[in-house]
Write a protein of this length. Structure first.
Lengths: 159, 159
DNA sequence: GTTTGCGTTCGAGCGCGCTCGAAGCCATAG
DNA sequence: CTATGGCTTCGAGCGCGCTCGAACGCAAAC
């Protein structure tokens, strides 16, 4: 099951031009994720990342995962929630370095909340800028497509 | 001069919520770039990439550049236009591999136009999807920011 | 005439984020 | 009883896109 990852499902849930309200996001955030504990394969499937990557994240200090009697990883709900957050941040371009710092702050306690908020605000701005860049690139690409082979404008050269 | 790269200047030219019409893009495309020929330093400055990267692109077969009597690179208008295109594609996430293929098609002549168009269409879709992903991530980040430290919803945990 | 500065070629190295292979443990299926 | 399959650890390797250093050439400035 779960041939699509969280992001894909989320994009399908909200139509392409949905308002993306706080409520809509809220509904995504805790949808589907219920289990008390999960295996590495289940989490990998849920997040559409490899078990290798999950182990790598753990090695990198991003999440702690308990073991069962056989030494196998047991992901509890908190670990899964954290990994959902982490993969979302990764997908939106936050570097591992920053995530490690962020998680260190989380583990350091409540007094780091302001700094964490700062990181999120900065990341928000980064995403916004990236969206603007991509929007511009999209327009340029569409312009090129529209004028390709025609005789409109200076972009007609062989590119 | 030119402390800002093309993208930054473009983003400033068009307001954040400009319509991004074909005309607006057109005006960006050939703005500023006039010189008959440019040095590597000038092109690097124009595109906000390093001279190292420009040489790398040339080595990669993305562009041919003539030399002057001293063996120094002389970028003619066509090379510069191509590099503008290439950097725009790189910035919007097209892999080097694909650009090499695209350029090979360009150099192969007019009969490759359909395939080139296919590549552009596919890239357009890639950008669109990426924008949707980022928009969702942005909303999730804003949601997290908005609810941070508050007692609203399930995301209040220490993340 | 030497210093400064900008260019050249070539090949190696790096940062990032995985990705993989080897060797081994355990449990269930046939 | 022996496969098969999924998990474990550990460390190495990889693909991408640069990025850099070394050794050198040439020219205009001092």
């Amino acid at each position: 099951m779960a041939t699509d990852d969280l992001m894909t499902r989320a994009l399908e849930t909200l139509g392409d031009d949905a308002p993306l309200t706080v409520e809509a996001i809220h509904s995504l955030t805790d949808a589907a994720v219920v289990p008390e504990s999960m295996t590495i394969a289940e989490v990998a499937d849920l997040l559409d990342i490899s078990a290798h990557t999950l182990r790598y994240y753990e090695r990198a200090g991003l999440v702690e995962v308990a073991r069962d009697d056989y030494g196998h990883r047991v992901y509890d709900a908190e670990a899964v929630r954290r990994l959902v957050f982490l993969t979302r941040m990764r997908l939106s371009g936050m570097p591992m370095r920053d995530l490690q710092h962020y998680i260190a702050l989380v583990d350091a306690g409540q007094e780091t909340v302001p700094e964490r908020l700062d990181m999120l605000l900065e990341h928000r701005d980064t995403i916004r800028r990236r969206i603007r860049e991509l929007t511009l690139s999209l327009a340029a690409t569409e312009y090129k497509i529209a004028t390709y082979g025609g005789s409109t404008g200076p972009d007609v050269q062989d590119l």
